[in-house]
Design a protein around this ligand. Structure first.
Ligand code: SF4
Length: 224
C-alpha cells in the first residue's frame, strides 16, 4: 500500500481533473435523493435519471408511493435493474418514514441507516448532498479506483475503504472527493477500459503499471 502522503497527492491530482464534480442524480429534495440513491444500486445514474424524470412527477410524498399497489410501482421503475426488490424497498422506506418521522427524511446518519432499505452508502450520500454534512460514501467507482491506485488493499471491505479514505482526506474535502473519485472512475479509470495511456497517475499507479507490464509481455511474446 502507498503512503498517506502519496495517496493525498493522488487525490489532489484527481481534484485537478474534476474540479466541478457533483452528484449526477437529479433530485429536488432529500426525499427524492434518497429514492434516487436506492434506485441507483447496480445501475447507472443516467438510467435512474430517465426513470425519475417521470417518477417524481407522479410521486411526491411517502404517502403517494404507498397509495399504489406494489405491482404499479414496479411497473413504473421496470427499466431499472432489480426493480422488483427496489419497489418493495421504496414502499418499506416510505412506511417507516411515515411511522417514525412524520414522512420526513431524518437529518441524522444513525436514523437514516436504521430506515428500511437504507445502507451506509445511501446515508452518507444523503447526509452530504442533501444536508451538507461531510461524508464520504464508497460506491463501486470509489472502491475500484482506491484499490487500483493502491490507497487500499484489494481485500479491504467497503467499510475499511471508507475508513482509510477519511483518514487520508481532510474532512472539509470528503464530500467533494467522493464526487471526484466517482467522476474519475466513471469517466477516466473505467471498470473495463481504464485510460492508462493518458492517465496523469500512471507512473505511481499499481494497476496501471501491472497492465503495462502485461501488455509488454504480450507484445514481446508476439514479436518472438
Ligand atoms: Fe486507472 Fe490506469 Fe490511471 Fe491507474 S493508470 S488510475 S488503472 S487509468
Amino acid at each position: 500500500m502507498i503512503s498517506k502522503k502519496k495517496a493525498l497527492e493522488m487525490i489532489d491530482v484527481i481534484d485537478g481533473m474534476f474540479p466541478d464534480a457533483e452528484c449526477e442524480l437529479v433530485h429536488n429534495n432529500a426525499f427524492e435523493l434518497t429514492i434516487a440513491v436506492l434506485l441507483s444500486a447496480q445501475c447507472t445514474d443516467n438510467t435512474v435519471n430517465k426513470v425519475t424524470k417521470t417518477l417524481f412527477q407522479k410521486y411526491h410524498t411517502p404517502e403517494d408511493y404507498l397509495s399504489v399497489s406494489l405491482e404499479e410501482l414496479q411497473n413504473d421503475i421496470r427499466s431499472i435493474g432489480l426493480y422488483r426488490n427496489k419497489a418493495k424497498n421504496i414502499q418499506k422506506l416510505c412506511r417507516s418514514l411515515i411511522d417514525q418521522y412524520d414522512g420526513e427524511i431524518p437529518e441524522d446518519h444513525a436514523k437514516l441507516v436504521g430506515l428500511a432499505g437504507v445502507g451506509r452508502k445511501t446515508a452518507n450520500v444523503v447526509m452530504s448532498v442533501a444536508f451538507g454534512e461531510p461524508a464520504l460514501a464508497v460506491d463501486t467507482h470509489v472502491e475500484r479506483v482506491s484499490k487500483r491506485l493502491g490507497i487500499c488493499r484489494w481485500k479491504d471491505s467497503v467499510t475499511e475503504v471508507e475508513r482509510k479514505l477519511t483518514s487520508i482526506i481532510p474532512k472539509s474535502r470528503w464530500t467533494k472527493s467522493h464526487h471526484q473519485l466517482i467522476f474519475f472512475g466513471r469517466y477516466h479509470c473505467l471498470a473495463k477500459k481504464p485510460k492508462c495511456d493518458v492517465c496523469p497517475l500512471f507512473t505511481d499507479c499499481r494497476e496501471g503499471q501491472k497492465r503495462y507490464r502485461a501488455a509488454m509481455r504480450l507484445e514481446g511474446a508476439i514479436n518472438e
